[in-house]
Design a protein around this ligand. Structure first.
Ligand code: ZN
Length: 472
């Protein structure tokens, strides 16, 4: 007798079938499965492999879910209105998140935020490169200043906020929210000891996700010493936690004009290379020799060239994270080098106006998902949560439609199909021998319009045959 049988499921483009599960693994797919100890009827719902988010900062995301959401603000006045009407204890610290002021006519001011709320208030921009701090917050938290803090001052303010450990129930709530969107696994790229943090969380019963725990160069030596090859399961984690890639951040970001480019920005400068090409080669050499994959953050086209050169020089395996601007010759280097492009489609929609300004004349090869696939590259989709919500359907819809509102698609020639976007979001298949990581949907993604795809209703999520979300 099977542990669990899902009856009347429909595979992508297929007919009704049963899926039998034993010991967390799919053991049979086909009509007329033998009985299970537990059985569920899916009434013809589409079943896909469970979804992965390939780039997440989970602790940040758990914090963000508890912050006031001001991502819909279209002006500083909108943000102040939201702050003023927030329902929080009068004297408490209020943290809001998500405003994007790059194209606003009136910049956010100290006076406006002080007028909106007397008690301590910090508003973080969606890209985390600015922290808008009122006078009371600057005093109570001993911040480096008040008003609109940028870059290092903004990060310093965030470090003070992040010194407060995130509560276990907040992490559990964020995991449950991910499960409700059909997520079964994440690549965790938090700047922390992710192996220790997630081992503790799994011990505490937070077992709804598979986690590949990335790490940064300061931990490289230690990981090599302990033999932490990428993909190796961490013992005592119920098989949920595996060692992930070495993450190396080699350039900045587009909106801060620090993405490292071939051509200058309109005001001059070509961005910054945080890690020299030689140092990058050294990191990749050490990682490759130890069986560790590498996730190289490269946004500008020059940073992408340097990253691909380092993969070529070392034979290292892994991903380029972001790959937001890529030269035409470089598009064709990903596949032969076996480098996966780990992309965040929603960023294209967050950044389309900024890109049109700062990368004018080059946007035809920015967020080049279609071109990368056509060049044979492997794509994997992610959110970079909290920069975009941890919701693969937002990523998938952005990749397919290249718009999220009334505006026409931005560079529709770089759109990919729903099927391609889903394939870039899964790591297993619905077949015998595969992990029973599955999601059942209340709409058919192949037939859904843009709005339905983006808000895809998820009926059921399973990780290793365990139900982690049930709205069926
Ligand atoms: Zn990131």
């Amino acid at each position: 007798m099977h542990d669990l049988v899902l009856r009347d499921a429909r595979l992508w483009g297929g007919s009704a079938t049963d899926i039998a599960i034993e010991g967390g693994v799919i053991v049979a797919v086909g009509p007329g499965a033998a009985r299970g100890r537990e059985e569920r009827r899916l009434d013809g719902r589409v079943v896909l492999p469970g979804l992965w988010d390939a780039h997440v900062h989970f602790t940040q995301w758990a914090r963000t879910l508890r912050r006031l959401d001001v991502s819909a603000a279209r002006s500083a006045v909108d943000v102040c209105d939201a702050v003023r009407s927030a329902v929080v204890p009068a004297d408490s610290l209020l943290v809001a998140f998500g405003f994007r002021w790059g194209t606003w006519a009136e910049p956010p001011t100290l006076a406006a935020l002080d007028a909106a709320r007397i008690a301590p208030t910090v508003v973080l921009s969606g890209d985390l490169h600015t922290s808008w701090v009122n006078s009371a917050a600057a005093v109570r938290l001993d911040l480096p200043g008040a008003g609109l803090l940028r870059e290092d001052a903004a990060f310093a303010a965030q470090r003070v906020l992040d010194a407060e450990p995130v509560a276990v129930h907040a992490v559990a709530a964020a995991v449950a929210a991910a499960s409700a969107r059909g997520v079964v696994g994440i690549v965790e790229l938090e700047m922390a000891d992710n192996v220790t943090d997630w081992t503790r969380r799994i011990d505490a019963g937070i077992d709804g996700l598979r986690v590949r725990a990335g790490f940064y160069p300061d931990m490289l030596e230690g990981r090599v010493r302990e033999g932490a090859r990428t993909g190796l399961t961490v013992s005592g984690s119920q098989g949920l936690l595996t060692h992930g890639p070495l993450k190396v951040i080699t350039d900045g970001s587009l909106s801060t004009l620090t993405a490292h480019c071939m051509d200058p920005y309109p005001g001059g400068g070509i961005g910054v290379q945080n890690v020299s090409p030689d140092q990058l080669v050294e990191y990749l050499r050490v990682a490759a020799a130890a069986g560790l994959q590498v996730a190289v953050h490269a946004i500008g086209d020059r940073a992408n060239t340097i990253a691909l050169d380092a993969f070529a020089a070392t034979g290292a395996h892994g991903t380029i994270e972001h790959a937001q601007l890529v030269t035409v010759p470089d598009l064709h280097r990903f596949a032969p080098l076996g480098v996966t492009a780990s992309v965040q489609p929603e960023h294209a929609l967050d950044d389309r106006d900024v890109a049109d300004q700062l990368w004018a004349g080059r946007t035809g090869r920015s967020f080049p998902l279609r071109a990368l696939l056509d060049a044979g590259a492997r794509l994997t989709l992610g959110s970079d949560a909290p920069v975009a919500p941890l919701d693969p359907w937002i990523s998938i819809a952005a990749a397919v439609h290249r718009t999220r509102d009334h505006r026409p698609a931005w560079h529709p020639e770089q759109a990919i199909s729903v099927e391609e976007a889903i394939l870039a979001s899964v790591r297993s298949s619905v077949a015998p021998g595969q992990p029973a990581d599955l999601v059942a949907l209340d709409a058919d993604p192949g037939a859904a319009d843009a709005a339905v795809l983006r808000a895809m209703p998820v009926a059921l999520t399973l990780v290793a045959g365990r139900v982690t979300h049930d709205a069926s």
